[in-house]
Design a protein around this ligand. Structure first.
Ligand code: NAD
Length: 361
């Protein structure tokens, strides 16, 4: 049985762009190629666009996509100033990496590129040094590049913490020394483990997902104090809570229980009735977070790129935001289980949930 908490509150040419390294290069509100905001990622030399391109949909994770259209989406995003792209061998079981690699042909030098290691299937995890090292070579081949900008250990909660600290990250650091990646980090869902790993071993960034959005915002309390103190960059993924905060039906594998999905549907209805887009409001809400370097939204069409860029232009209407928060209040900060029980943080703190799932991101 799942449980819940309620009421708690992804260089070479990439280096040649002459990025300023300023903390904030520009602000939301401008969408020309020169003006999509960028922020420095922690202490790295990378400046990532406030709006990042999550490439998991290219692996048909959220439904079938058209490769021609997703190619156009990638090209449009780059033209419009989105410079950060994230992918993983897990997305579509290598399909997303293959497709992103093709779309980036001739454009690799224009983007900051993260991919991942350690998760290779729904239930296929291997965080051993040998697999990490071999896996990166496969990833580089699929992406058509000789190096990543960021390599993330993917969903670290599915491995013993000790292995991530003592074996996986040291192997990833060796890949930095070999020029296979410029920086390393971790991704995952339980915030406590992400913070503990960051304290135990030097990492450059953390990608976490579904922990800061209109439904759940416990990223603020738990992890950010650690990352700020250590100078670790934060990437906030899944601003639409993996598709839930939109007009579209959530994917069948979505781990949120029915009542959370129902609340999101009511919020979407509220917005539709007023000519508003819940997706755009949900995205802008995340983009406004000052402590997050990049907000990663999954996209596979030019229309999504256009709509999501438009979120930078329009502030969240205060009245609508208040109404949406009220609709979502009964399910606020619902957290589903993910990973090994020993890596759980806090879902045994009193409130039961249901429908545990494993997700596809
Ligand atoms: P998301 O919240 O970004 O939602 C993506 C879904 O919303 C897709 O179906 C997409 O087609 C749809 N969408 C995008 N823009 C829309 C719009 N304007 N209107 C309506 N629907 C829209 O979830 P995500 O894709 O899971 O997260 C973003 C990215 O973050 C992923 O692609 C991946 O790169 C990364 N991520 C990483 C991890 C991890 O490392 N563990 C976990 C989750 C996400």
């Amino acid at each position: 049985m799942a449980t819940q908490r309620i009421g708690q509150s992804d260089a070479g040419a990439g280096r040649s762009r002459g990025r300023s390294g300023e903390n904030v290069v520009s602000e939301p509100g401008e969408t020309s190629a020169a003006a999509v905001g960028q922020r420095r990622l922690g202490k790295t030399g990378l400046s990532v666009s406030l709006l990042g391109f999550g490439a998991s949909p290219l692996g048909d994770v959220f439904g079938l996509t058209d490769p021609g259209e997703s190619n156009r989406a990638v090209h449009l995003a780059i033209e419009r100033g989105i410079n950060y792209f994230d992918v993983s061998p897990y997305y579509g079981l290598t399909l997303a990496e293959e497709r992103l690699g093709k779309a980036l042909a001739g454009r690799r030098g224009l983007v900051t590129l993260s991919s991942k290691c350690g998760r290779y299937g729904g239930d296929e995890f291997d965080f051993s040094a040998a697999r990490i090292t071999a896996g990166v070579e496969e990833t580089l081949r699929r992406l058509g590049t000789d190096h990543l900008d960021i390599l993330l250990a993917h969903d670290v909660e599915f491995a013993p913490e000790e292995q991530i600290v003592e074996e996986t990250l040291p192997a990833m650091r060796r890949l930095v020394d070999q020029g296979k990646t410029r920086y390393v980090g971790i991704s995952g869902y339980p915030l406590g483990m992400l913070g503990r790993v960051a304290e135990a071993v030097p990492i450059d960034c953390i990608l976490t997902y579904c922990r800061y959005n209109l439904l759940t915002d416990d990223l603020n309390g738990r992890l950010l104090s650690v990352t700020e103190r250590l100078g670790v960059g934060v990437i906030n993924a899944s601003p639409l809570c993996m598709g839930l905060l939109s007009d579209r039906a959530a994917p069948g594998w979505h781990p949120a229980p029915a009542r959370v999905q129902e609340a999101a549907r009511r919020a979407a209805e509220y917005c539709r009735g007023r000519g508003l887009s819940l997706a755009r409001i949900a995205l802008r809400y995340c983009l406004d977070h000052p402590g997050v370097a990049s907000t990663l939204v999954g996209m596979a069409t030019s229309a999504e790129v256009e709509e999501n860029l438009s979120a930078l232009e329009e502030p969240v209407p205060a009245e609508a935001l208040a109404a949406i928060r009220e609709i979502l209040a009964p399910v606020r900060n619902y957290v589903w289980p993910s990973g090994l029980a020993e890596n759980a943080d806090g879902w045994d703190d009193g409130v039961s949930g249901e429908d545990a799932g494993e997700g596809k991101s």
